[in-house]
Ligand binder design. Structure first.
Ligand code: 4AD
Length: 434
């Protein structure tokens, strides 16, 4: 028999044709003379129907008893079926079993605890909900790359091993690096992007970053992906515009290309459709006043935790920028405000519905003396930053940038309870397996 191998996503273009399917049986049910096989192939899910009359008794019995996650090559006729999300089902005429598990597949339809699912993450990613979430992740990452490519940014891949701490010293992973001694896993690629912005003007990166954070929250990963951008001559206002354009672009691309995936995972798409430019903004000082009116007890200089962020964000339907935080609670490299030197020209972008901070950004200090002063104030070893200080010696310019937490953004877009589902293999406080 000579048939074409067609992926599920393309089957609708082959109605009434005999095609070949290659994939897995993720579930099955049978009623006497008919067996229904739920099939998946990495592009989607469909139902296959095998009728007893089309097979010899032994083969039909095999189909009826087929184990979950058996891999198969099937041939069958594509039939129109409006009830299926892919508009078709497969009337199976031939089956070849590639591999049938000896044991029952560990993940069944019954409710499993999260520890069990995470322990079996290598298998869990085959299930429908995880499939849709990780497809949305793929779209978010494509959108990020497209946004920066379409806006003439140059991709700069920043290193993972680094001698200069990029954020706070409190949550670094340290390693011994041959004769060099102590180095860190990158918490951020920002310092390197600043160097590159002086060479290319507009730059971005996208890669893993590491934080040895002992916080076991729904929003923290130990290894997470960050997308950072840095632009020479950009000030705070330009930086804000760039961030909101990026987030608006990502959300619109996911709505345009993954609406079905969002619906499948039960996301309230209406809420995402409210995202539009410009985003709302409040200053840190305004936020303190607002929170105290809401019953918090916050003084200027206190940082906001998840509860404070949720209460602020709940006032808005779109993401909201909180700007101009106190210098004392922010990183060493942030430029103080001219009008209000106690605060820095920074912003955190809070996602709606309590999904927390998805972006942190700022104007950078571009004066050499001030930078050295701030490094000392933060107890950072000035000599390790020689190269970074050099950027302020040769044609220094005001510049700004930001970092978007990829998994936080996905968790918000997908409406996930916990960030661990936003990445294929999460590294959390107590998990590095599988
Ligand atoms: O606000 P952060 O720490 O900013 C920086 O690292 C800057 N150097 C970025 C820059 O300006 N180039 O982190 C940026 C974002 C946060 O807003 C958050 O979304 C995410 O990264 N993030 C985390 N995501 C998951 N798990 C964690 N432990 C995270 N820590 C930060």
């Amino acid at each position: 028999m000579n048939t074409n191998w067609v992926y599920i996503k393309d089957l609708k273009n082959h109605v009434d044709e005999l095609v070949e399917f290659r994939g897995w049986v993720w579930n099955k049910r049978s009623s006497g003379k008919i067996a229904f096989l739920q099939l998946r192939d990495g592009t989607g899910f469909i139902q296959g129907v095998a009728e007893k009359k089309d097979f010899d008794d032994e083969t039909f019995e095999k189909i009826r008893k087929i184990k979950m996650e058996t891999s198969v090559i099937l041939r069958g006729i594509v039939k129109k079926d409006e009830r299926s999300p892919f508009d078709v089902e497969l009337s199976i005429k031939y089956i070849e079993i590639v591999h049938e598990p000896e044991e029952d597949y560990p993940i069944s339809k019954k409710e499993h605890g999260i520890d069990f699912l995470m322990e079996n993450r290598h298998l869990w990613i085959r299930s429908r909900r995880q499939f849709h979430i990780l497809k949305i992740r793929n779209e978010v990452i494509k959108a990020i790359r497209d946004f920066f490519n379409e806006n003439d940014f140059v991709l700069i891949d920043t290193p993972i091993f680094t001698g200069s701490i990029g954020e706070s010293a409190g949550n670094t992973f340290q390693l011994d690096y041959f004769d060099y001694g102590k180095v860190y896993l990158a918490q951020t690629g920002q310092l390197y992007l600043e160097a590159a912005a002086m060479a290319f003007g507009k730059v971005f990166n996208l890669g893993p970053t590491f934080r040895a954070e002992k916080s076991k929250t729904r929003r923290h990963l130990i290894e997470f992906w960050m997308n950072e951008a840095e632009v020479a001559f950009y000030r705070h206002e330009d930086n804000i515009k760039l961030q909101e354009s990026l987030v608006n672009f990502i959300v619109n691309r996911v709505l345009a290309n993954c609406e079905e995936d969002l619906i499948e995972i039960g996301r309230d798409v209406d809420k995402l459709q409210k995202v539009s430019l410009p985003f709302d903004r409040i200053t840190y000082r305004e936020a303190v006043t607002f929170l105290n009116k809401k019953g918090f007890d916050i003084k200027f200089g206190d940082d906001f935790g998840a509860d404070e962020e949720t209460v602020i964000a709940s006032q808005f339907e779109k993401p909201v920028f909180v700007e101009k935080y106190p210098r004392k609670i922010k990183a060493f490299y942030m430029q103080p405000s001219d009008e209000d030197p106690e605060v820095v020209m920074c912003d955190d972008l809070l996602a709606p519905e309590g999904y927390g901070e998805i972006i942190g950004g700022s104007e950078r200090i571009w004066d050499e003396k001030l930078l050295i002063e701030r490094l000392k104030e933060c107890n950072l070893p000035v000599e390790e930053y020689k190269w970074y200080i050099d950027l302020r010696k040769y044609g220094s310019v005001p510049h700004s940038g930001f970092g978007l937490g990829v998994e936080r953004t996905i968790a918000w877009i997908c409406g996930l309870e916990h960030i661990r589902e936003a990445i294929p293999f999460a590294r959390t406080l107590y998990r590095v397996y599988p």
